[in-house]
Write a protein that binds this ligand. Sequence first.
Ligand code: NDP
Length: 308
Amino acid sequence: MASPSPHTPPSSGWNDDVPDDGNGVRSDPPAGARAAVEELLDEVEASTEPRPLMAVGGLEGKAAIVTGASSGIGRAVAVALARSGVDVAFNYLGSDDQAHRDADVTEQELAACDVRIYRRTVDCRRPDQVNDFVDRAVQHLGGVQILVNNAGIGRDRALWRMSDEEWRDVLDTNLSGAFYFLRAVAPYFRAQEYGKVVNISSIHALKSEFGLVNYAASKGGLISLTRSAAVELGPSNVNVNAVAPGYIRTTRLTDRVPSEIMDRAREQSALGRLGDPQDVAGAVLFLCSEAARHITGVVLPVDGGHLA
Ligand code: NDP
């Protein structure tokens, strides 16, 4: 199947299917407006690489835990925080050599930002490991003010073929793992009456697709966890929010998802492109900043208008 251009206006749009105005006259937009839209779409298409992230002020000297930061979105978030002067502790699963090599890259990028770093393999499905990691990270970095629950996996399959293990692995990693980390940092955040939590959910929590019952349930659960935790931790001046990325170009996505689905996702996004990890990192940075001090319990889609 030939993939449509990401910028082909949808058939219901003004380009080829403009309704008439009741008097038999088609109300096409003026040529100037049309040219401006086309120019904008060309610009969007030309700029496939995200601009380097600006550092956000006001975060210097804080410390963050970013889960699953050996690659993809987690690495981009960790590095964006470090560029803003935040010390970073990160974990990853580390089940093969590649995972350790990936974590080396993250560590090198963090080191270039001249911040303190704490790195360990920790399985977020194991509350004992999570508790120990959080306590040691706090000792190593001298405190913790930010938690980004990013570690996540997918095991996609039609629900009638899905094994117990595929269901459990995804729920345990994406939802229980986030809960264990949140529970472990909560006493620190409450005691210091300050904290920022950002949970990485997904647009598939809000609009599902075939084969994702385990993933959608875990990411939907993460949104409910976000709202409930915001209510419980709000009185301690802790903000708890979620971001819901659309299709983001990480190797996890490009290795696993068929190109037809990526083409369709590109076509369905209002901006006509897939996102990059830095796009998610920018939203996380904002939610961790004082610019977002009055925002809690929300879900911010970072999807190029996929849900629009
Ligand atoms: P990656 O596969 O690149 O990164 C996943 C990270 O999670 C890795 O560091 C991995 O470690 C870690 N991890 C996996 N399982 C565990 C575990 N049991 N314990 C600790 N760490 C673990 O994925 P992405 O960057 O693409 O995705 C990151 C997050 O963003 C996920 O939660 C994903 O669901 C979400 N997301 C991604 C989208 C996308 O399009 N890419 C869209 C929407 C949401 P290791 O490498 O050692 O296994």
